[in-house]
Write a protein that binds this ligand. Sequence first.
Ligand SMILES: [Zn+2]
Length: 198
Amino acid sequence: MRLLSLKIGWLSGKKFKYYILGSKSLNSSFIILTFNFLFQFFTYDVVSLYLVMDEFYKEALKEAKKGLKEGGIPIGSVLVFNGQILGQGHNKRVQEGSCVLHGEMDALENAGRQPASVYQNSVIYTTLSPCPMCTGAILLYGIPKVIVGENQNFLGAEDHLRNNGVEVEVIQDPATIQMMRQFIEEKPELWNEDIGVD
Ligand SMILES: [Zn+2]
C-alpha cells in the first residue's frame, strides 16, 4: 500500500484534499477524502474512505452474477492483456452440461487462440480461488498473475500457482464472499459437483 497521489479539489466553494492510496499491481485503489472546515480559529478535517473497485474485477463479478441468473454456479473470470479484455466468461457447467467450463476456462475459451507471448503478459481475474484444473491451464499458458475475488468459500491451488512463480493476489471482496456463500447454502449439490465431491 502506498500513496499514489495527493490532490486538491473544490466542492461548493470549499477546498478539500484527497489522497489516492493503493497498490498499483492490484489496479485498485482507495481514495481518502479529507474535507477541511474552518470553525472560528480552528480547522478540522472530516476524513472518509472510499474503495475503488478494479474495473476488470467488476467485469468478472458481472459474469458471476450472469451465471447465477442463468441458474448456474456464480463464478466469473476475465483475461486481460495490455489493459484490454481479451475474453471473459463464467462457469457454464449447468448451462451447457459441461465438465470443464469453469469460469476461468470459459474466459480462456472466449479469448480464443492466442500466442504464447500474449498469455505470458496477461492477467487473469477470477471471482473464486482457482481449482487445480484452472490452475493447470494458467500454468500451461504461463499467465504470470491471477487476481482472485475470494478464497473464503473455497481455497483452490493458490500455493501451487505461487510455487510455480505466479503472482496471486486475493481481494476478499465482501460482496463476492456473500454471493458464493449463499449459493453454496442454497444449492450444495451443484457446488459439490463443481469441485468433484459427492
Ligand atoms: Zn476451475
